[in-house]
Design a protein around this ligand. Structure first.
Ligand code: HEC
Length: 132
């Protein structure tokens, strides 16, 4: 019994150690479906010309799936900080915080994260360690 417990504890520690400190895989409930819908409209208007209507990349990198550089390596906070400070490349920071938040929700949706009941806000987008 004791031996089994010890093995179980070691396995759990190994799993925890696989992610950087404070980071965790993104779960559900980071944004609402309505935010992702609004985000799609804002994305098509301000981002699609360089990243593609289907997010597969044009002059800018793909923002969806395994081809997206940020996928599996960057947190929501890092991506939000980047898009709200650097994008659109031709007019950085020109969108409203609300538009950036909804675009962030759309990017999460397009990368397979399920919506929930709790809306994403600029404040929690700036602090979420969940990996996109
Ligand atoms: C005029 C073209 C252009 C527009 C418009 C544009 N981007 Fe970009 N974007 C780029 C380019 C080029 C890069 C790569 C920059 C680099 O590597 O330094 C980039 C990089 C990115 C990245 C980093 C990707 C990664 O995985 O590291 C994200 C996220 C992003 N853009 C999101 C957006 C969003 C959201 C919008 C709309 C608000 C937008 N972009 C509008 C050209 C554009």
């Amino acid at each position: 019994m004791t031996k089994l417990f010890a093995i179980g504890a070691l396995v759990s520690l190994g799993l925890l150690a696989a992610l950087p400190h404070g980071a965790r895989a993104a779960g559900g409930s980071l944004y609402t479906a309505a935010q992702a819908t609004a985000g799609k409209t804002a994305y098509l208007k301000s981002c699609a010309s360089c990243h593609g209507a289907n997010l597969s990349g044009v002059s800018g990198p793909p923002l969806k799936g395994s081809a997206a550089p940020y996928r599996g390596s960057q947190s929501v906070a890092q991506v939000y900080d980047y898009i709200s400070g650097q994008m659109p490349l031709n007019a950085p920071g020109s969108l409203s915080p609300k538009a950036y938040v909804s675009i962030m929700a759309f990017l999460l949706q397009q990368n397979g994260h399920a919506p929930g009941k709790k809306p994403l806000t600029a404040t929690n987008a700036q602090n979420l360690e969940d990996i996109i």
